[in-house]
Design a protein around this ligand. Structure first.
Ligand SMILES: NC(=O)C1=CN([C@@H]2O[C@H](COP(=O)(O)OP(=O)(O)OC[C@H]3O[C@@H](n4cnc5c(N)ncnc54)[C@H](O)[C@@H]3O)[C@@H](O)[C@H]2O)C=CC1
Ligand SMILES: CC(C)CC(=O)C(=O)O
Ligand SMILES: [Mg+2]
Length: 371
């Protein structure tokens, strides 16, 4: 009997618990019908953790995450906590998990599924076949750099500052992840920065170039300014294979890439650490790229696909369960091909459904596919 796979589930805030509920159905199905054995723990994070125990990322949650084989994360934040001091906000929940577990490589696949070609914000002939992997550095850069702060100057005016800082080793290790992935895809990396106006951007370009020359000369490397990349994503998105960027640029460009696929509600992610040389263990956290969507939370209309696809990434990356991952991805695509749509991807002539009907339909499709 294979050992149980230890999962930590952190639903968080807003639509987080709603979409996570649908993934729990998928997990139940996988346990019963695919004989997978998960040992599931739940934990507190974000605003829910602030309300319960006064911290957005309690030590107990970090300890549970370290003990797990993989973490499935929902989303954090919302207007209820917006007036809290900066260092107590719910978003620190995810930032601390990424930092404490060393989760430096955030993989965000933006794939335009054939049934959703017409749901994209761009014309079908531009987006059909888009398959991009954004590799975003996720433990450095301006989200963590010091000094940062807000001060009041002698004239009474306020001034705020953040620091975009990168050590060359931080750039090199995430570049290796991007080049490695490109070799298994279409062999091209587009590295984005603002080397024309930022010191950290200039170092980024230099280090990516050095890693390329020394270890990955067989992969095509293209350097592109981040602003140009945003424009090119909208005009010629099919040119991209792997896009490599800093914490900030990767965050922004992947939300943009989500619009190509139809909705933020479609994009999953995996955030990976380094493989421990002694134990072979690799910390990993899986989450949709969207946030807690306060504008639709509590209404039962959120799209659960990004959260489900994040679970598919978990099966693939943490447990090597490629067949199960593929099965889940196929089930989701078939449900969409059958015409069901949550509001965010609604198209004329399709059937609008809520979060739980979408979740049930995916489980029904899983059953059909494995009959
Ligand atoms: N990793 C995380 O937990 C993240 C948390 N946030 C937090 O989430 C809160 C809201 O941020 P926003 O900027 O509004 O970003 P958001 O991603 O929550 O929402 C942006 C827009 O996309 C829609 N949307 C997002 N996910 C959807 C889904 N699954 N189905 C249908 N529509 C969906 C929302 O309704 C909204 O109109 C903030 O507190 C922010 O800090 C934002 C991004 C990531
Ligand atoms: C800390 C997060 C709220 C930042 C973000 O938007 C993301 O990681 O996607
Ligand atoms: Mg984001």
């Amino acid at each position: 009997m294979p050992a149980n796979k230890k999962l930590l589930v952190l639903p968080g805030d807003g639509i987080g618990p709603e979409v996570m509920h649908e993934v729990r159905r998928v997990i139940d199905w996988m346990q019963h019908r695919r004989s997978l054995s998960f040992e599931i723990d739940e934990g507190l994070v974000g605003g829910a953790a602030i309300d319960a125990v006064g911290s957005p990322c309690p030590d107990e949650t970090v300890a549970k995450a370290r003990a797990a084989d993989a973490v499935l994360f929902g989303s954090v934040g919302g207007p209820k906590w917006d007036s809290l001091p900066f260092d107590q906000r719910p978003e620190l929940g995810i930032l601390r998990l990424r930092k404490d577990l060393g989760l430096f490589a955030n993989l965000r696949p933006a794939v335009v599924l054939e049934p959703l070609v017409d749901a994209s914000s761009l014309k079908p002939e531009i987006v059909r076949g888009v398959d991009i992997m954004v590799v975003r550095e996720s433990t450095g850069g301006v989200y963590f750099g010091e000094p940062r702060g807000t001060e009041t100057l002698p004239d009474g005016k306020r001034r705020a500052f953040d620091t975009d800082v990168y050590h060359e080793d931080e750039i090199a290790r995430v570049a290796r992840v991007a080049f490695d992935l490109a070799r298994k895809r279409r062999n091209k990396v587009t590295s984005v920065e603002k080397a024309n106006v930022m010191q950290s951007g200039r170092l980024w370009r230099a280090v990516v170039g050095e890693v390329h020359k020394a270890e990955f000369a067989d992969v095509e490397l293209e350097n592109m300014y981040a602003d140009n990349c945003a424009m090119q994503l909208c005009s010629r998105p099919r040119q991209f294979d792997v896009i490599l960027g800093s914490n900030l640029f990767g965050d922004v460009l992947s939300d943009l890439a989500a619009a190509l696929t139809g909705s933020l509600g479609m994009l999953p992610s995996a955030t990976l650490g380094a493989v421990d040389a002694t134990t072979g263990k690799r910390y990993a956290l899986y989450e949709p790229i969207h946030g807690s969507a306060p504008d639709i939370a509590g209404r039962g209309i959120a799209n659960p696909c990004a959260q489900m696809l994040s679970f598919a990434m978990l099966l693939r990356w943490s447990f090597g369960l490629e067949d199960d991952a593929k099965l889940l991805e196929t089930a989701i695509e078939k449900v969409l091909a059958g015409g069901l749509r949550t509001a965010d991807i609604m198209q004329t002539g399709r059937a609008r459904v809520g979060t739980s009907v979408m979740g049930e339909a995916v489980v029904r499709e899983l059953e059909k596919l494995s009959a």
